[in-house]
Design a protein around this ligand. Sequence first.
Ligand SMILES: *Cc1c(COP(=O)(O)O)cnc(C)c1O
Length: 379
Amino acid sequence: MKFGTKAIHAGVEADETTGAIMTPIYQTSTYVQEEVGSHKGYEYSRTSNPTRHALEKNLAAIENGKYGACFGSGLAAIDCVIKMLNPGDEVISTNDLYGGTFRLFKTIFEKYGIIFHFVGMTNPIAVEAAVNENTKLIWVETPTNPMMNIIDIEAMAEISKKAGAWLCVDNTFATPYLQNPLDLGADIVMHSATKYLGGHSDVVMGALVTSNDQIAKEMYRIQNASGAVTAPMDSFLVLRGIKTLHLRVQRHCENGEKVANFLGAHPKVDKVYWPGLESHANHDIAKKQMRGFGGMISFSLVGNKLQDAHKVLKNVKVFALAESLGGVESLIGHPATMTHASIPKEEREKIGVVDSLIRLSVGVEDADDIIEDLRQALA
Ligand SMILES: *Cc1c(COP(=O)(O)O)cnc(C)c1O
C-alpha cells in the first residue's frame, strides 16, 4: 500500500457493534472479563486501549515498521528509549539537539550514570571518533532545530551497526511522509506527534516505532511500567490528523519552497536555511534521504540586529508568535530569546543561532497571504 492509503486506513477497522467508520474513543479505564483469564485482549487502559492501539498500528504502518507505541508527549517517548539503557552506557547525539531532549539527557539521565556526548553530526568522522565499547545508542535529529542541518541517516546506521549500538532518529521535523529512517537503517524512530502528525495544534503526544522484536518488548514493558501513556481522546485526534498528513505536508512543502525563494531574494534577508535550497550546506544528503523539504525555514537579517528581528515578529499578522510547529497555521519564533535562550550567547552563535535569526513553521494557508505578510513585516 502507498502512503496516502496507509495514512487513512492502516490500523482502522469499522466498529464491530455499530459499523462506525471512525475509531470510537474508548473512554474507559478497564474492561469486563468473562471469567478469570478470559477477556477480549484488553484488561486495563494503561497497558492497552483500543483507540490508542489503532493509532499505534497506524503509526507503525506509516513508518514502515512492525511495532508502534504512543506516549503522553514527545519527551515521554524519548524518556522510554533512554530507560532501555543501563548505568555506564554511553549515548552520542548532535550538538544542536532539540532543547527539551538535551535537558532530559543532561538533567534527568546523567545522574543515573548514563553518559552523553554531543558532537557535530553532519560530520560522520566526529561521530566515529566518539564511539567506544560503551556506546549503546546514537541519537539523531534531522533536520535539526533551528539551523535545519541534515544528518546522513545511512552513514549513522553504518557507524551504529559497527559499534553494536542502536540508532534512534527523531523524525518530528521531516514526518514519515518525507523520510522513513527505518528504511535507511535506523532501529527506532521517534516522533513528537504534537507537531505534524497531530497537525492541528490541539494535542501533546509522542510516539516510537521499531521493527526490532527485542526493542519492541522493552518499549511496551516500559510504556506499561512507567505509565506515560496517551489518553483515548488524544489518540483519536492524532489518528484523525494522520488521515490528512500527506495532503498537509505536500502543501507545507510547496509553501516552504515559495517562502524560501521569496526570502532568498529579499534585500533585508542575510541567510536562508531550508534544506531544499541548492545553497543549503547539506542539500545533497537531504535530496538522498528526503522526498521533499517541508515547511520549516530559518533566516537571518542583514546587519544582524536583535531589534530588527523583534520588529518583524511584532509586525506579522498571518503568522502567530508562538513556540511549537507543524500545525496548519503559520507560526514564527525567535530562537535566541525563545527556544535557545538558556544557551549562552557565545555557544549559541557557534551553532548559527545569531540575534537576528527567525524561525518559521510555514503553515498551509494560501502562499500569497503568507508571503505578503512577511513582505510587509520586513518593510
Ligand atoms: C517538540 C519536539 C520534541 C518534544 O516533543 P513534545 O511533544 O513537546 O514533548 C522533540 N523533538 C523535536 C524535534 C520537537 O520538535
